[in-house]
Design a binder for this molecule. Structure first.
Ligand code: VG1
Ligand code: CO
Length: 553
């Protein structure tokens, strides 16, 4: 790729490109690359140009723009603002220091009637000059762009002739203010207030606050990413939790070396505090862009699939859901714990492919109220993204209403509904060829499994998951390999769409024990037969040379 020509017209530049710059289709959650890759000349610009040429309503429309504060955030905001002005956008709403969590962005898009939003984040991937950067596009409903739109954007990048941009701008993100670039207005707002208003409309803050004051100590780890300022305001300033409740609360360009992925491996400090200490009753962490959550109680960890089931079972504790739920949905690899609750409540439960965009139609058409994924993501129809702090408040609201501990709530739940033992094993940074060969080999052997025992239990179905959207009837193929056993156990295999180094293989394991079975085993023990069988069937150790997963959840 080289720059062919370069012409100037007043304050705008028109830069011509001789060939495509975007080398990859945007994945599950936008376009994600190493920071170095993203900030090579014209790379970000050509992707943004394709967005502006493809998204409808850009000319004369309102756009929301912000990010998780990682290295490159404000630089990208500057570029996108100048490009938006060159494309005739009427107004861009951005935030102080460009700090805007994904759920807060989703909310802003909806209340400001924007044509969409651009969120600068590589979510749970590490940040900094040596880390990753990403661009996510959300549509007018506030949710991640549908696959048809991201496909169109990718097509557009392949034939892009150049891009339009204003030469410079004089905008300060230091504090709220109003500016113009050409005839486009730029509003710099505090990105936090609107989100807090929304939370106050959903939850009973007074009830949560008095519960916290009653010797219920909580700890929240923002991992130096976007949720720090939101969490400090909500948990410490409004709900009155002790100062210092929010750890690593200042968004830093490299997350202060933290890997902002809220799981037992990357949020180990918080996990140790809760799992092995006695000081705190509740702990939570969120990811880089604030859409994921990990919930911990004293000496216990809440598996995200169980979390969705528990929120569903107790939804009426929350004022906004006091009339009950329309329905629920979970991604395919998420355990069926929520299905059992939905059945009991007599509401529909949908199974979608991995990725929040698949919940959009169900939420928009009023089929569901709550939804979630096993990857620490839960959300509701209040926005069109998963929402980390919302999940934390939801948990606190349930505990405040029931006046119980996290552990008690979980045990009560299993005693009523039975337990879905569940674990995800991630093998990160495998060479791409090895991962794809492994995956293809498993896929080719799937049909031979049906009718035969796997881990000692008969296989009733084995396939590559196909999803038919019940709202628009669109069909999405090849969303993960499933081995379904007669007793309801299953193993799922997927290759990640969000990694940037080689490939990541995810293996999801699940088995159900009814309420009169053994409910208090270590999940790795309860699932050990499935773990051994899939390792030998998929030849994971043999092909990757890895003796154990990089991350176990
Ligand atoms: C992962 C998760 C998936 C989630 C996606 C985006 O995708 O498994 O459930 O929707 O990240 O989350 P993958 O393809 O790597 O498995 V986020 O917090 O990056 O918006
Ligand atoms: Co995220």
């Amino acid at each position: 790729m080289s720059l062919k020509e370069f012409s100037s017209q007043d304050s705008q530049l028109r830069i011509s490109l001789t060939s495509s710059f975007t080398d990859q289709k945007p994945g599950t959650s936008g376009l994600r690359k190493s920071t170095k890759h993203f900030f090579q000349p014209h790379y970000l610009e050509s992707f943004v140009e394709a967005i502006f040429q493809t998204l409808s309503g850009v000319e004369g429309g309102i756009l929301v723009l912000g990010g998780d504060g990682r290295f490159g955030n404000t630089q990208a905001i500057d570029v996108i603002l100048r490009m938006a002005a060159a494309h005739g956008v009427k107004k861009v709403i951005t935030t102080v220091n460009g700090i805007l969590s994904t759920p807060a962005a989703s909310h802003l898009i909806r209340i400001k009637k924007a044509v969409g939003g651009i969120i600068l984040s590589a979510s749970h991937n590490s940040g900094g000059p040596e880390g990753d950067f990403g661009v996510k596009l959300n549509g007018p409903n506030g949710g991640p762009a549908a696959e048809s739109l991201t496909d169109e954007i990718f097509e557009c990048t392949q034939t892009l002739g150049g891009y339009k941009i204003f030469k410079d701008s004089q905008i300060s993100l230091d504090e709220p203010g109003k500016y113009f670039i050409g005839s486009m207005s730029v509003e710099v707002i505090d990105g936090i207030e609107d989100y807090i208003d929304l939370m106050q409309n959903i939850f009973d803050f007074d009830k949560i606050s008095s519960f916290l004051k009653n010797d219920f100590l909580i700890a929240f780890d923002a991992l130096n990413a976007v949720t720090g300022p939101y969490a400090k305001k909500i948990l410490e300033d409004i709900l009155g939790a002790n100062s210092g409740t929010v750890r690593n609360g200042k968004p830093l360009e490299d997350f202060g070396g933290c890997h902002p992925d809220p799981n037992l491996t990357y949020a180990k400090d918080l996990a140790d505090l809760l799992l092995y200490g006695n000081q705190y009753s509740f702990g939570a962490a969120c990811d880089g862009d604030g859409d994921r959550n990990m919930i911990l109680g004293r000496n216990c960890f809440v598996n995200p699939s169980d979390s969705l089931a528990i929120l569903t079972a107790n939804a009426t504790c929350v004022p906004a859901y006091s009339d009950g739920l329309l329905g629920v949905a979970r991604s395919m690899p998420t355990s069926s714990a929520v299905d059992v609750v939905a059945k009991e409540l007599g509401i529909a439960c949908f199974e979608t492919p991995t990725g929040w965009k698949f919940f959009g139609n169900l939420l928009d058409s009023g089929e569901i109220t709550l939804c979630g994924e096993e990857s620490f993501g839960t959300g509701s129809n209040h926005v069109r993204e998963k929402d980390g702090l919302w999940a934390v408040l939801f948990w606190l609201q349930i505990l405040a209403n029931k006046q119980c501990s996290v552990k008690d709530l979980m045990h009560q739940h299993w005693n009523q509904f039975g337990r879905h033992y569940y674990s995800r094993h991630d093998y990160e940074s495998i060479s791409s060829d090895i991962a794809h060969d492994l995956f293809n080999s498993v896929e080719s052997k799937l049909t031979s499994l049906v009718g035969h025992p796997f881990a000692g239990i008969n296989v009733v179905k084995a396939d590559n998951f196909t999803y038919k959207d019940p709202v628009d009837n669109s069909v999405t193929l090849r969303q993960g390999l499933r081995i379904l056993l007669e007793d309801g156990s299953r193993v799922v295999l997927r290759l990640s769409g969000t990694g940037t180094k080689g490939a990541t293989l995810r293996i999801y394991l699940e088995s159900y024990v009814s309420s009169n079975g053994n409910l208090i085993q270590d999940p790795q023990v309860a699932l050990s037969k499935l773990i051994r069988s899939i390792d030998s069937f998929a030849e994971v150790t043999k092909r990757t040379g890895m003796l154990e997963p990089t991350v176990i959840t």
